[in-house]
Design a protein around this ligand. Structure first.
Ligand code: FES
Length: 173
């Protein structure tokens, strides 16, 4: 049973419709993004589902997950805070920003906050070098940029996200 197809029949159809049948392998990236929408990472089953849909091997699909910072192969926080620490950003204090942020959160780079909401990671250039410290956030199927950051600004934003998640939970209960 292809779970991806079963859970997202319309979305898969719409993604495939964007590519000629002979180039359907090109749909691998949007399908991976779709697959990780619910859990925040691409489970093993989804790799096989995508491989089946696109007539690729699961290993080929897995290699794309391994290459791009957009995809995850294991569970992490609902939101990925990806701080650029490439050289131009490092010159504007990105390393120090990342270190202090992790310290205030009581985690190390690559780890997730105890509430399971935020994973903090270092990544390479996000194309906003002149506005460092900069990070992108992936979560809830969206990507958002935060530029000219300070640790205080970031912590305040995280608190807003926590509030939003709390409100969601209350509305569901
Ligand atoms: S080097 Fe950090 S955004 Fe380009």
């Amino acid at each position: 049973m292809n779970e991806l197809l079963q859970n997202y029949p319309e979305e898969v159809k719409q993604i495939l419709a964007k590519y000629p049948a002979e180039y359907k392998r090109s749909a691998v990236m949007p399908l991976l993004y779709l697959a990780q929408r619910k859990e925040g990472y691409v489970p093993r089953q989804a790799l096989e589902d995508i491989a089946e849909i696109l007539e690729m091997s699961p290993t080929e699909v897995a290699s794309i997950v391994g290459f791009y910072t957009l995809y995850y192969d294991q569970p992490a926080g609902r939101y990925h805070i990806q701080v650029c620490t490439d050289l131009p950003c490092a010159l504007r204090g990105a390393d120090k920003f990342l270190e202090e942020l992790c310290q205030r959160l009581g985690i190390r780079e690559g780890e997730t906050t105890p509430d399971g909401l935020f994973t903090v990671e270092a990544v390479k250039c996000l194309a906003a070098c002149h506005r460092a410290p900069v990070f992108q956030v992936q979560g809830d199927g969206e990507i958002e940029y935060h530029e000219n950051q300070t640790v205080e600004l970031t912590l305040a934003w995280m608190e807003q996200v926590r509030e939003k998640v709390r409100a969601e939970k209350e509305a569901q209960s």
